[in-house]
Design a protein around this ligand. Structure first.
Ligand code: GDP
Length: 479
């Protein structure tokens, strides 16, 4: 199913799996990132890929790369007798390649000089410079992968944590496609029955639908709803979240920041107001890439450098997905904390109180925070200095960022806005259908078609062209 490919209405560019693809031109691009490295790869895909490479490649063994497939040839790329680079040439013949087309990958020495020279030569020999994501788009249009699998390619490239990579790998293997496919099968079954009720008007529809099928349709709707709920969690794994650490001077923000980083970046000091810049660092908390922002604290100050820091701190608060409000439990005076609490309460950002320095006082003052008139998600008692309960803090922060949703990276999941939009429309249509099955079969068929079309937008069969263009333009060139 996963490789069934887009429907025939995609026009001439569509090919059925295993058939020769139909792209007319040959594209070329540098597929490795800019800069110096061991190797740099120029990739060609299309009907003339092997011919173009064959014209400029001189094999050191004398074997002709135009004859081989799935093989690697050593030799030189020459431009009018001038050697551009010593290379390895990898020939993959259609359909056994990334794009399902003839593909040649030229492994050059990794640097701007060799790869640019080889790419330019390919363009002069008749290849066209590939657009962003065009290789992957061809793999999709040629039916080798479906849309979720194409999108998983970019998720893999961008994954910042092992959880993110696992989720992308599951989609790449077709986990989402399989789930959506199963939903579609159920709906198609239901549609056949509804259509028979339209054709044979004497039959009552509810009697035609077996309890078993009705249960499966209900299950499909439940699964849509849980996928929608998990969608935001998936986005958090993929894109990460930013978290602001706030609190008055000397409560231990920098110490906490460093403890979470497990390396020293912020300046830890006993003097107030020395963390002048807002520091950013990415840490992994419960598999989530978290951008931690350590602020200068939300307080008025006459020091010019520091007031800049205060403005930045306010902005960090607004933009954060969560706030860690650090307080010093060894200090009885909470008048300053109260001011910060007031600032926090003007934002919508959820807040965890980090009651710090319990190594000094213990958890003796549970009533300490009740006075702050602040809506907080939870209070975690920690010692940033000794590391006590930091695991609990990470647990609570992870749950907060995921919105309390259990996220199973290995299952089918959606994580893009267009997927969410389509799945919500499918769920709405199916919900309306199930809410009143007594309506005319024509009306029910209409809702069902809407649901099926929306599901097809996720797998790529009915995705509008502008959405497709947007998806692939987010890729890098050469992918
Ligand atoms: P900031 O101004 O909020 O960033 O506070 P710092 O991280 O610079 O910490 C201020 C002082 O409190 C430093 O001397 C830290 O060593 C100390 N401190 C921070 N966390 C703890 C803690 O959990 N226990 C103890 N005993 N001291 C701490």
């Amino acid at each position: 199913r996963a490789a069934a490919g887009p429907a025939a209405d995609m026009g001439e560019e569509t090919a059925v799996k295993g058939m020769r693809p139909v792209s007319e031109d040959t594209i070329a691009a540098i597929s490795t990132p800019p800069g110096e490295g061991g190797i740099g790869i120029v990739r060609l895909s299309g009907p003339d890929a092997i011919a173009i490479a064959g014209r400029v490649f001189i094999s050191s063994s004398g074997r002709d790369p135009r004859m081989g497939s799935g093989r690697v040839f050593h030799g030189e790329v020459k431009d009018n007798g001038l050697v551009l680079d010593e290379v390895l040439l990898h020939v993959m013949r259609a359909p056994h390649s990334y794009t399902c087309e003839d593909v040649v990958e030229i492994n050059c020495h990794g640097g701007a000089g060799p790869v640019n020279a080889v790419l330019e030569l390919m363009l002069r020999e008749g290849a066209r410079l590939a657009g962003p994501g065009e290789f992957t788009k061809r793999a999709f249009l040629n039916g080798r992968i479906d849309l979720p699998q194409a999108e998983a390619v970019i998720d893999r490239i961008r994954a910042q944590t092992s959880a993110g990579l696992r989720a992308a790998s599951a989609s790449a293997r077709g986990a989402l496609s399989v789930e959506i496919g199963a939903m579609k099968d159920t709906l198609v079954e239901l549609k056949a029955i509804i259509e028979s009720a339209i054709d044979f008007a004497d039959q009552e529809l509810p009697e035609l639908i077996t309890p078993e099928l009705h249960a499966r349709v209900t299950d499909a709707l439940d699964r849509m709803k849980s996928m929608l709920a998990a969608a935001d969690a998936g986005r958090v794994y993929r894109e990460g979240a930013s978290v602001a650490i706030v609190g008055r001077p000397n409560v231990g923000k920098s110490t906490l920041f460093n403890a979470l980083l497990r390396e020293s970046r912020a300046i830890v000091t006993g003097q107030a107001g020395t963390t002048r810049d807002v520091l950013h660092e990415i840490v992994t908390i419960k598999g989530i890439p978290v951008r931690l922002t350590d602020t200068a604290g939300l307080r008025e100050t006459s020091d010019e450098v520091e007031s800049l820091g205060v403005a930045a701190a306010r902005q960090a608060l607004e933009e954060a997905a969560a706030i860690l409000f650090v307080m010093d439990t060894s200090d009885r005076d909470i008048s300053e904390d109260r001011k910060i609490a007031k600032q926090i309460s003007t934002t919508e950002t959820p807040c965890l109180i980090v009651a710090n320095k319990i190594d000094l006082m213990g958890q003796s003052r549970q009533d300490y925070f009740a006075e702050l008139s602040l809506k907080v998600v939870d209070t975690i008692w920690v010692s940033a200095k000794t590391g006590k309960n930091l695991d609990r803090l990470e647990e609570a922060l992870g749950n907060l960022l995921l919105g309390g949703v259990e996220f199973a990276p290995d299952q089918g999941h959606i994580n893009r806005i267009h997927q969410k939009d389509s799945l919500r429309r499918a769920a709405d249509a199916l919900g309306r259908l199930l809410a009143d099955m007594e309506r005319s079969p024509e009306l029910l068929a209409f809702e069902l078609d809407e649901a099926l079309r929306a599901l097809g937008e996720i797998t790529g069969e009915t995705t509008p062209d502008d959405v497709l263009d947007r998806i692939f333009s987010a890729f890098c060139i050469g992918k």
